[in-house]
Design a protein around this ligand. Structure first.
Ligand code: FAD
Length: 434
């Protein structure tokens, strides 16, 4: 069977940026035979949250490559130039393009690497390929949408599969009821509903705010916004705080003790979690204010409330909702419930489960490489699931340009070492457990 130098699981922004890094900075030790495997039929960036009037939450200058190589062919600016929109974009006077446009930019970059990507196959597991007592290779098993299984061998692996919907336990039993769905499936699932009128949106973050506004703009909907918090608090994107997304801050986080890392994550959580953009908060506030002016209560803000139970009934989804201040409970029935409840970052553990005996406690080094025993030769890198060890930027776009360069560099060092060439070892030999 053919052996690839490297397989990348997923072809979202993280692995697209890696493809760019290989192309631009590849030397003789760069993996040559690289294949990315992507579950979706073609490139799409969070397609079910591609809502009208949504914008990027970081500057376009933090695209896939500019912070590393502003002269690159793959910058957002060059994309605009190629699309003949640079002058018009300048006239917008913004750093924050629409999500539609950024998706188009990412798709434009991805289109340069079509020959290195198989679309429409989801990787289901990765097995060790043992030869003479040593793990020499990895066997990457995937399934296409017709249920056909595919197997490929690789010498190295980069897992960049993004997040999986976080479903609160009280909704876990309703997975087969299409009237309850996560924001990551919002547009598709909403289109499949039978004219829902009463809708609950659970959550207090950017997605909850966007979904609420989207539903508000659809005629005939009545939306209850259910949040544990009292207030929507805006994401903090002030300049000093924003420095935590600078690449060098990753060193600072990684080199701290576990306890200090946790403290840092807590301290700056409000940059990314349960923190919508201020302009969305103002729009939502205005909607509720106008209800007071007209006296027509279309939507309800159930703040400091928590869903304790959810039941599927003929009339709809019945929620038991507890007031967190006085403990009083209430019941309400909805035609649909949108769970804007965030993402889990543990899919790599499921995919790598057959390797578990070699991976121990899932520790990574500064260069995102999983620690494995000596008799395990393949290198495995993780992108997007190292927030506990590498900080809050890990799930975002901010550090893609530098992170992928670090992974490229680490892979090249590994190749050089295998070829017996003298190599400068990575300066940072610490490891940290995820
Ligand atoms: C609605 C939304 C808006 C966002 N906006 C911003 C923003 O403005 N700025 C910012 O910095 N961050 C933003 N983020 C955070 C987001 O995580 C990053 O923008 C970015 O998508 C991370 O890229 P990624 O490639 O690591 O993960 P993803 O974009 O999630 O890509 C992972 C890819 O892997 C594929 N995949 C998953 N499992 C498998 C499998 N088993 N086999 C094969 N393929 C698989 C998926 O289909 C997907 O294409 C946003 C997130 C969401 C949900």
């Amino acid at each position: 069977m053919h052996i690839h130098d490297l397989i990348g699981i997923g072809f979202g922004p993280s692995n697209i940026a890696l493809a760019v890094a290989f192309e631009e900075k590849g030397g003789k030790n760069t993996p040559q035979d690289v294949l990315f495997i992507e579950r979706q039929r073609g490139f799409a960036w969070h397609p079910d949250m591609m809502l009208d009037d949504t914008h990027m939450q970081i500057s376009f200058l933090k695209d896939l490559v500019t912070p590393r190589n502003p002269k690159s062919h793959y910058t957002f600016l060059n994309y605009l130039h190629a699309k003949n929109r640079l002058q018009d974009f300048i006239n917008l006077q913004t750093f924050f393009p629409s999500r539609h446009e950024f998706n188009d930019y990412l798709g434009w970059v991805a289109s340069h690497f079509e020959d290195r990507c198989v679309y429409g196959e989801g990787v289901v597991e990765v097995h060790p390929e043992v030869r003479g007592g040593d793990v020499k290779l990895l066997r990457v098993c995937s399934e296409d949408e017709n249920g056909n299984r595919h197997e490929r061998l690789t010498r190295s692996l980069v897992v960049s599969v993004g997040g999986a919907p976080n479903i609160p336990p009280c909704f876990a039993g309703l997975s087969s009821d299409r009237r309850v769905f996560h924001s990551s499936h919002f547009l598709t699932e909403l289109a499949g509903q039978n004219d829902p009128r009463r809708i609950a949106v659970v959550g207090a973050g950017q997605s909850a705010a966007e979904v609420f506004l989207d539903l508000h703009n659809r005629a005939g909907t009545e939306v209850d916004l259910i949040t544990r918090t009292w207030a929507f608090k805006p994401s903090d994107d002030s300049p000093f705080v924003n420095e935590i997304f600078n690449p060098e801050y990753t060193d600072h986080v990684f080199n701290n003790s576990t306890g200090q890392r946790e403290a840092l994550l807590q301290e700056y959580k409000s940059t990314n979690y349960s923190a919508p953009d201020l302009d969305l908060i103002q729009k939502i506030y205005d909607i509720f204010y106008q209800q007071k002016v007209t006296g027509e209560q279309r939507h309800l803000f159930r703040r400091r409330h928590e869903v304790t139970q959810a039941q599927s009934t003929e009339d709809g989804i019945r929620l038991d909702i507890r007031n967190l201040d006085d403990g009083a409970t209430d019941t309400a029935t909805y035609d649909a419930v949108v769970l804007a409840t965030g993402y889990r970052r543990d899919m790599h553990r499921t995919l790598l489960d057959p390797l578990m005996t070699y991976l121990g406690g899932f520790s990574v080094d500064r260069y995102y490489r999983l620690q494995t025993p000596e008799n395990f030769e393949p290198a495995i890198f993780l992108q997007g699931c190292c927030e506990p060890t590498h900080g809050l930027s890990d799930t975002l776009l901010s550090i893609l340009a530098s992170r992928t360069d670090e992974i490229r560099d680490a892979l090249e060092r590994q190749e050089a070492a295998e070829a017996g060439a003298p190599v400068t070892m990575a300066a940072n030999r610490r490891v940290a457990t995820l």
